[in-house]
Design a protein around this ligand. Structure first.
Ligand SMILES: NC(=O)c1ccc[n+]([C@@H]2O[C@H](COP(=O)([O-])OP(=O)(O)OC[C@H]3O[C@@H](n4cnc5c(N)ncnc54)[C@H](O)[C@@H]3O)[C@@H](O)[C@H]2O)c1
Ligand SMILES: [Fe+2]
Length: 377
């Protein structure tokens, strides 16, 4: 991590291979930054095959086309530069290149046949350009299947990046709304992993530090995009959140948000922001001690003498005020979910995201999910 470390990419890639499959985010197309990245790889003796067919919520068909090109060109290292969509796409390329088949086969789908990878993917170096998903530090790649209107996740330790090169300078161009929504994704990772039934003392430490950095920096990152210190702190919050979910996983907000993204193509962070206060309110009595700690970090002015019940009950209000400061005004209805799709969305949660539902501190039934979706409309 650190300002300017992107310049080390070529030397790092050279240590892993001779020919890089370079997956880059379309926002970099034609930019001076991309030119420099390619020159840096080539100057270090690494040949480059470029791929940029990446959409937000990356599609299985594009990912498979990428893997085919990577194999055809006999690339021996995968380098990804971009947001979570570009990095997840590259993670799936690296994994499928060595394990064979198509990326969708490897996604977790409860009750369906899932192919389990048996070996590591190609060497993988990632450079995140958003501070949100934490994918640079997770064992996940989220794949969107538009034909089935489903988004599911590949979960395997074989998909961890070998190297994550995190440089805040490449994040100063993120538009403010994307900064806000990706930042809320980071917060979701930290908070969900913190309250997950699979949390451990180490993951809790990562989650809490991530929430502290988020609380300190998110407003500055959104309102002063070129503030490198704020970008740097959000990038660290993001990586820590990723490492925390790598151990403890996520919970109900992601189980609801991910399939909403598949149905409506809404941005991932926005889908989480749209259900967070409602889910927290509904969960409250089951995680009071932890939620009260989070409320205290986000709003240091909260009276220390309040009980955990009183403090934690302030959290939905604190979040709604934060959304106002970040100009975030989202709901499932605004993202285009129709009343007639609510039942289907509830079903999708239980197929693709059962592991997240099981990790939630309060037991969740299908009726609960339908109640919550209605609240988020
Ligand atoms: N693998 C994981 O652990 C994990 C965790 C959470 C979410 N995800 C997945 O990641 C995807 C979302 O990733 P994301 O939130 O980073 O968004 P994204 O990658 O879809 O990017 C959002 C937009 O920002 C643009 N962008 C990215 N960096 C920029 C920059 N520096 N300057 C200007 N524009 C920039 C992109 O071109 C895109 O239009 C979703 O599919 C989500 O499900 C993965
Ligand atoms: Fe996420």
């Amino acid at each position: 991590m650190g300002e300017g470390r992107l310049s080390e990419l070529g030397a790092l890639a050279k240590a892993s291979g001779e020919k890089a499959f370079l997956v880059y985010d379309p926002f970099l197309k034609g930019s001076e930054t991309l030119e420099k990245i390619i020159a840096n790889l080539k100057n270090n003796g690494v040949a480059v095959i470029e791929f940029n067919d990446i959409s937000p919520n990356p599609r299985n068909t594009s990912i498979d086309a990428g893997t085919e090109l990577c194999l055809k060109e006999k690339c021996d290292v995968v380098v990804a530069i971009g947001g979570g969509s570009a990095i997840d796409s590259a993670k799936a390329n690296a994994l499928v290149a060595t394990n064979g088949g198509e990326c969708w086969e490897y996604t977790e789908r409860a009750g369906e046949e899932v192919t389990r990878p048996t070996k590591r993917g190609l060497p993988l170096i990632v450079v995140p350009t958003t501070a949100g998903t934490g994918t640079e530090a997770t064992s996940f790649a989220v794949v969107n299947n538009p034909a089935e209107k489903r988004k599911c996740t590949i979960i395997t330790p074989y998909i961890y990046p070998d190297i994550a090169l995190v440089d805040p300078l490449i994040m100063t161009t993120i538009p403010s709304m994307i900064t806000a929504l990706t930042g809320l994704d980071t917060f979701a990772h930290a908070l969900e992993s913190y309250i997950s039934v699979n949390a451990t003392p180490i993951s809790e430490m990562l989650s809490l530090y991530s929430i502290e950095l988020f609380a300190k920096s998110i407003r500055k990152a959104v309102n002063e995009g070129e503030n490198v210190e704020a970008r740097d702190q959000m990038a660290l919050a993001c990586g820590l959140g990723g490492a925390a979910i790598g151990t403890a996983g996520v919970t109900l907000p992601h189980a609801l948000g991910q399939p909403l993204g598949a149905l409506t193509d809404a941005p991932h962070g926005g889908t989480l922001a749209a259900c967070f206060p409602q889910i927290i309110e509904w969960t409250l009595p089951y995680a009071e001690d932890k939620l009260s700690k989070v409320a205290g970090i986000l709003d240091p002015s909260l009276d220390r003498d309040l009980s955990d019940t009183e403090k934690s009950s302030q959290l939905p209000r604190i979040l709604r005020e934060l959304y106002q400061d970040l100009h975030v005004d989202v709901s499932f209805g605004k993202y285009g979910l129709k009343e007639s799709e609510i039942e289907a969305l509830a079903d999708l949660c239980f197929v693709g995201f059962l592991q997240d539902i099981k990790a939630h501190p309060k037991p969740v039934t299908r009726e609960d999910v339908i109640y919550l979706i209605n609240k988020c409309m």
